[in-house]
Structures are given as structure tokens and as C-alpha cells.
Design a protein around this ligand. Structure first.
Ligand code: FMN
Length: 309
């Protein structure tokens, strides 16, 4: 079973990926990258967006063939060898621009894009897609699974929700199961609601995907990767308790990576959500929250965590 960490915009930046690497998943994804932004950004912005913590797979989104092609060329030059096309982002601003899950409605466009990418970069990259199960009058994920087969894609990840569901409601794992049963030759990655080991076991026992992609379950809990890895390696179901010190030390490390990557001012903005995710199970979380909210700088936050958490 392949264990993959999901692309999450605003979350899976360099610092979080550094943390994720410590748990050795099979694939770690970047945040999604706008092919247009790559084209027009300067070297410094590109360096920041594409800073590697290891051999990440990069996910791209866009709406023009030529932009995708240019972006892939640049990404190969930057040393990426696994490139994923985003056909799942449900955010209004993105779909209004005809990108992300809006492309699910543009099956001919996607087909042509795959054809061009395969023709141009045949052996240079692992190419994959990430889709949702539906959007407006599109409700045929099998179309894309067949495309994945036809074009020999490295994998296709199915997030078992429609665009309209955004991130609520349940992911439909029956669709993932059906796709795997019907398309044995395509590497199918299941995604949605895998937030604890019990659910991971239940969904994979039934759907039997080739891999799983973990997303929100990793927020403040990268240890879920270890639980999942151990489970698939040994077959033994064991939910591990993570000690307070380990959580605290991982959080401190994460904050320091973020400062190293983005500087103190941006780390101060970006890290606060992570802090509360890491500490959510602490019995005195309300007091911790109230105290941290009052801190001004990320160095104050660090000092508080080191001395008081
Ligand atoms: C904050 C956030 C950002 C996300 N960004 C991306 C993204 O950049 N690309 C993508 O394909 N999916 C993105 N997703 C979707 C996740 O990769 C995943 O498909 C989704 O959260 C379902 O899995 P889950 O129920 O286990 O969280 C994002 C999800 C969240 C919560």
C-alpha cells in the first residue's frame, strides 16, 4: 500500500514537508502551484515556491495547454520527476477561471493535455492526476480512470467527494472501490476522510486501492503516517499514543523550519493554525490558546511553548 501525503495549499509548505519526511511516506506532495504564476514569477518567487525538502511530487493547476507545457519543462529543469495535474480544487476563484475541478467538465481539453504532455515528456516524468467524483453535470470519474490507463499515467488519485461538497459530507469510497475492481491496471489512490487508523483500515479493507492519500488527518498529527505504515507493514492494528514532549518538540521543530524558510514575520502568520492543531488534545489547551493569542512575535510564541507547554 502506497502512503502519500496530499497537496494542501497553505499547509504543505517546505516546513511541513520537512516534518513529513521524518515519517518516510512513499510520496510527499507540494502545495498546488499555478502554472501561470510560475511563468510570470521571478527567480526568487520560483525558488520559494519550488524549494525542495526532498524529492517531492509537485502538483500544478491551470487552464491552458501551453502554460502547462512550459511549467512542466521548468519543473523538470528544477529536478522534479513526478508532476500531478489538479482536477479537483473546488474553490470558487479557481473554478471561475476554468481551473481545478472545473476541468472535469472539459474532458477533451484534459485528453489533449495528456496527449501533449506524454508526447513532449514521455520518459522524463511520472505524470498523474487528482480528481473529484463529480461537478455540475459531470459524474463520470471512470472517464478519467480510463484516460489514466490509456496514457499510462503513474497514478490517479480519487478524492471521493464532488466539487459541490467542498470538504464536508462523507467521501464516497464505493466509487473508489468500483474503479479499482474495474481497472486493475491503473494505480488508484483513494482519498477522503482518512483521519484515523480505524477509518484507514475500514476503507482500505473494502476498497483495496493501490495507495492512500492522507490530508486533514495529518494536521497536527504527522504520526498518523507512522501508524498507517506500521499497520500495512505488519498487519497489526495498533493506535499509538504520542507523548506530550514528542508533540512539543515536533511543533518547535516545525516552527523553526518555517522561520528558516519564510522569515519570522511570515512564520508568525503561517504557523499559528498549526500550533493549535498540534496542541488540540492537551488538557489545558484553552489556557494555552488564550496565552498564545496574546503573543506578538513568533519568537514570543516559541519562548512560551518551550517554557509553558
Ligand atoms: C487547506 C486545504 C488545502 C488543500 N489544497 C489542495 C491542493 O492544493 N491540491 C489538491 O489537490 N487538493 C487540496 N486539498 C484537498 C486535499 O488534498 C484532500 O483531497 C481533501 O482534504 C480530502 O481528504 P481528507 O478528507 O482526508 O482531508 C486541500 C485541502 C485542504 C483542507
Amino acid at each position: 500500500m502506497q502512503i502519500i501525503t496530499a497537496p494542501m495549499a497553505g499547509i504543505t509548505d517546505y516546513s511541513f514537508r520537512k516534518i513529513l519526511y521524518e515519517f518516510s511516506p512513499d510520496i510527499i506532495f507540494t502545495e498546488m502551484v499555478d502554472v501561470n504564476a510560475l511563468k510570470y514569477s521571478n527567480q526568487r518567487t520560483q525558488d520559494e515556491i519550488l524549494r525542495k525538502a526532498g524529492n517531492e511530487a509537485v502538483q500544478i493547476f491551470g487552464n491552458k495547454n501551453e502554460d502547462f507545457l512550459e511549467a512542466v519543462k521548468l519543473l523538470i529543469e528544477r529536478g522534479f520527476d513526478h508532476i500531478d495535474i489538479n482536477l479537483g480544487c473546488p474553490v470558487k476563484k479557481i473554478i471561475r477561471a476554468g481551473k481545478g475541478s472545473a476541468l472535469l467538465l472539459e474532458s477533451d481539453f484534459v485528453k489533449e493535455l495528456l496527449l501533449k504532455l506524454k508526447k513532449e515528456f514521455r520518459n522524463d516524468i511520472k505524470l498523474s492526476m487528482k480528481i473529484r467524483t463529480g461537478y455540475k453535470n459531470f459524474s463520470d470519474p471512470e472517464y478519467y480512470v480510463k484516460l489514466a490507463e490509456e496514457y499510462g499515467l503513474f497514478q490517479i488519485c480519487i478524492h471521493g467527494r464532488t466539487q459541490e461538497q467542498l470538504y464536508s459530507g462523507q467521501a464516497d469510497w464505493n466509487i473508489i472501490k468500483k474503479m479499482k475492481q474495474k481497472h486493475k491496471n491503473v494505480k488508484i489512490i483513494g482519498n477522503g476522510d482518512l483521519t484515523d487508523l480505524k477509518t484507514i483500515k475500514e476503507k482500505t479493507d473494502s476498497a483495496k486501492p493501490d495507495g492512500i492519500m492522507l490530508a486533514r488527518g495529518l494536521l497536527g498529527n504527522p504520526w498518523l503516517l507512522k501508524e498507517a505504515k506500521d499497520y500495512f507493514k505488519t498487519g497489526v492494528f495498533h493506535e499509538s499514543e504520542v507523548g506530550r514532549e514528542e508533540i512539543k518538540n515536533t511543533l518547535i521543530k516545525h516552527i523553526n523550519y518555517c522561520i528558516e524558510d519564510k522569515g519570522e514575520i511570515r512564520a508568525n502568520l503561517d504557523m499559528r493554525k498549526h500550533i493549535f492543531w498540534y496542541l488540540k488534545e492537551f488538557e489545558n489547551i484553552e489556557k494555552i490558546k488564550n496565552d498564545i493569542i496574546k503573543t506578538k512575535t513568533i519568537k514570543d510564541v516559541l519562548k512560551y511553548i518551550v517554557n509553558n507547554v
